[in-house]
Design a protein around this ligand. Sequence first.
Ligand SMILES: [Zn+2]
Length: 344
Amino acid sequence: MQATVMYGAHDVRVETVPDARLVEPTDALVRVTRACICGSDLWPYNSMTPSETGNRMGHEFIGLVEAVGAAVRTVKQGDLVVAPFAWSDGTCEFCQQGLQTSCLHGGWWGGTELDGGQGEAVRVPQADGTLVTLPVGPDHALMPSLLTLSDVMGTGHHAARAAKVGPGKVVAVVGDGAVGLCGVIAARRLGAERIIFLGRHADRIALGRAFGATDVVSERGDAAIDRVRELTGGLGAHSVLECVGHGEAMRTAVSIARAGGAVGRVGVPQETTIPNGQPTFFANITIAGGPAPVRAYIDQLLPDVLEGRIQPGRVFDRVTNIDGVPDGYRAMNEREAIKVMIEF
Ligand SMILES: [Zn+2]
């Protein structure tokens, strides 16, 4: 089968790899129908040390179940399923708490051991805990929005939850990528009164406004911090969603949170420390977040997608086939595309 393999920085190839197959009785074999490229795929795209074997890529996909192992109970051949960006057993201590990204028997797609979503088929471990059956056909018009439930919509929602977004709150969203945009959707869905979107690209700003942003701040660094302070009567935002992960974005996020407020971080941190340790301590600012347990959120967000109340699929502004994946990485890296969907 064909799959995406990353061999080093800016070296993404589509290659023939061994066919995905069932190994454990708890596995499902899924034929991928839709997948996408993630902003987090761009971190290795820019920094990966060259590798002889390469890493299989992709952690967001929808597909048709082709076969299941003898122990699988909740999905069957022919089901259309969405996979979260981490797989999990659904039964351990952490899964029962809705924190499937800490599953004791779970893990992450791709790498050197497992299939990735940016390929024609995937062996899904712990299929019962991992996969969610979708009540529509594989070419349904809602496919882009359903695909965002595998990561970006759930991750934006997690940022909003970690930042304690709720009715009456003033929210700021740092990051104008697909996760930041989904964070705007999530903040509005949770009742935010005001949503300040920090973004610079015209197309992303337009989408942010369509999703519910009430204010836009296009300055950077200290000027952005000053502008948010100005917009909030000098106090800062109750809830800040940090959807980037690099140090400057985190510095901005903690600097625009008001005393007693919260920062929800979902961008994979690229630095080992959190900036402004003392000011955030003296202002009693909560800093929370991590990899989103999107498996838990699929159940909560799916009805809103199916009934059209939210349209996170609008973050996809480019569609390609598997041969176009390397160029899709380039386009996202150069900010030519917000998010690239792959159709099989
Ligand atoms: Zn578990």
